[in-house]
Design a protein around this ligand. Structure first.
Ligand SMILES: *Cc1c(COP(=O)(O)O)cnc(C)c1O
Length: 504
């Protein structure tokens, strides 16, 4: 390591605990002539706390450098398929920062909360009309929690009917949270395969459905290949005739926003991710919100409290006798709700339609431009894509030994954030791009040109791709090792222990 306080290389930034020198101070106070004392009782003043000692400018530079190493949708394109990393208008941030949003307290009286409750009520109505559902709970804190809530509602529905149905059907293209949520709610997961056209294999589905055991089916439409499930009405008929319920994973509504409604396609329950489709910056674990909507017969199972309105007065209603109970504290992620409401109001119906139109156009523009680039193929080509598009680097791997992972690292070296890779698993060497309505044609062209260049490099001399990334803050991680619970270093103390310096 070089001299402390400077960047060790172009990209490496030490921990703040490793910076500084004894005696450095962030602030210099004027000399008051006598020590200022008596404020903090001496028995609670710690003398042994080894805090880093840094000057103000060192602290400012440290955090500024860290912020410059960060990548976000405000820095450049972030085409993570399925995750919907789109631009979040600043106006929504402004409103989410209002005191009425930030300082709301769950113990305030309903009289004081009329505006907040009205906003929640109106948001619920807007989501219901966008999805074709009857009522929504705004409580779940993420998509996965919404799915769990939905599965618990399905379970309660059959318990009420006195039926013992223990199976949930999930297509093999489903997001990993779908089978996980169904299993957490106590169901056995039955997988159905994708057919040659990129849609659910209906014949296989017929074989998997049982009028005794099937509680329901979870589906994403358009699916994670970006393809609209053309047989959705038949699938809905098959599930309903067997007595099951149809669940819509609407984490990503980008492809059908303002154009198609899960309720009209036969779905009984749906969750939507406000942090994806409805303008909350996300990634890195939060904050999120995954409201769940249901058709009228399932309303009585929704979590409590619900927001209700009578003669222009808004209250929280706990009187839902068959409710599955609470799934989250208080009102849900209120600032996320506020951003979603602003987004919906500022876009309006026509704006939402335009957003999904541009998102779909961007996917298909990218797909057409990728045709003919050596090594990359387009699985299920010939079908229109909706919100996202999956390409395959299988041929590239076979002919040059360059994997989808190498391609991603090569994109990093070209200043571009990679797409989602190796998902969905039905496509070998999958790379899943989602440009949303945010990206310009020029930015999509940059990706196509970078991928063309990567293909040429792979076929001439693949070594730079195998070494990539060389222009990032760190090189290639061992992905398995990095995720292994035994090897994760989660604190400074653990790090010191590992390096044999003892604990602080
Ligand atoms: C993101 C996503 C989820 C999970 O949502 P979280 O908020 O991350 O829990 C589920 N399904 C699909 C299709 C998704 O894209």
């Amino acid at each position: 390591m070089g001299e402390r306080g400077f960047r060790q290389s172009r990209y490496e930034e030490p921990l703040v605990l490793d910076l500084g020198k004894d005696g450095r101070r962030g602030l210099s106070f004027p000399d008051f002539g006598e020590p200022v004392s008596g404020e903090i009782p001496s028995q609670i003043i710690r003398q042994d706390l080894k805090l880093p000692q840094l000057s103000e400018v060192e602290v400012v530079r440290h955090f500024t450098r860290l912020s410059q190493m960060n990548w976000g949708v405000d820095t450049g394109p972030y085409p993570l398929g399925s995750c919907t990393m789109k631009y979040n208008p600043r106006a929504n941030e402004e409103i989410a920062s209002f005191d009425q949003v930030q300082m709301i307290h769950p113990m305030q009286s309903f009289e004081e909360l009329q505006g907040s409750l009205e906003m929640m009520y109106r948001l619920e109505r807007a989501l219901a009309s966008l999805t074709g559902m009857h009522r929504f709970t705004l409580q779940p804190a993420a998509g996965a929690q919404g799915e769990l809530t939905g599965c618990l509602i399905i379970r309660r529905h059959f318990r009420e009917l006195g039926e013992d149905r223990g199976e949930i059907i999930v297509p093999d293209t489903a997001h990993g949270t779908n089978p996980a949520s169904a299993a957490m709610a106590g169901f056995t997961v039955i997988e159905v395969p994708t057919g040659t056209d990129g849609c659910i294999d209906v014949e296989a589905l017929k074989g998997a459905v049982s009028s005794k055991r099937t509680a329901g089916m979870m589906m994403t439409n358009p699916n994670t290949l970006g393809i609209f499930e053309k047989d959705v009405l038949e699938i809905s008929k098959i599930i309903h005739e067997a007595g099951g319920l149809l669940y819509y994973d609407g984490a990503n509504l980008q492809g059908i926003l303002g154009r198609g409604r899960p309720g009209d396609m036969g779905f009984d329950l749906v969750h939507v991710n406000l942090h994806k489709t409805f303008s909350t910056p996300h990634g890195g674990g939060g904050p999120g919100s995954g409201p769940v909507g249901v058709k009228a017969p399932l309303e009585r199972f929704l979590p409590v409290p619900l927001v209700s309105e009578e003669k222009g007065k808004y209250t929280l209603c706990w009187d839902v006798p068959k409710s599955i109970g609470r799934v989250r504290g208080w009102y849900g992620a209120f600032p996320v709700l506020a951003r979603a409401y602003c987004y919906l109001l500022s876009m309006g119906a026509s704006g939402l339609r335009l957003a999904s139109g541009i998102a779909v156009l961007n996917s298909n523009y990218f797909l057409r431009k990728m045709e003919g680039i050596k090594g990359f193929s387009i699985p299920f080509n010939g079908r229109i894509r909706k919100h996202e598009v999956v390409i395959s680097a299988e041929q590239l791997l076979e002919e040059t030994g360059v994997t989808a992972m190498d391609v991603s690292k090569g994109l990093l070296d070209r200043g571009l954030h990679p797409p989602t890779v190796y998902f969905p698993q039905v496509v070998k060497e999958a790379m899943m791009f989602e440009f949303t309505e945010t990206e310009t044609r020029e930015n999509i062209d940059r990706y196509v040109e970078a991928l063309r260049e990567i293909s040429a490099t792979a076929y001439s001399n693949r070594e730079p791709l195998k070494r990539a990334p060389e222009n990032a803050s760190i090189g290639r991680l061992d992905e398995v090792w990095a995720n292994h619970p035994r090897t994760m270093v989660l604190s400074y103390r653990m790090r010191l222990k590992r390096s044999g310096q003892g604990a602080v």
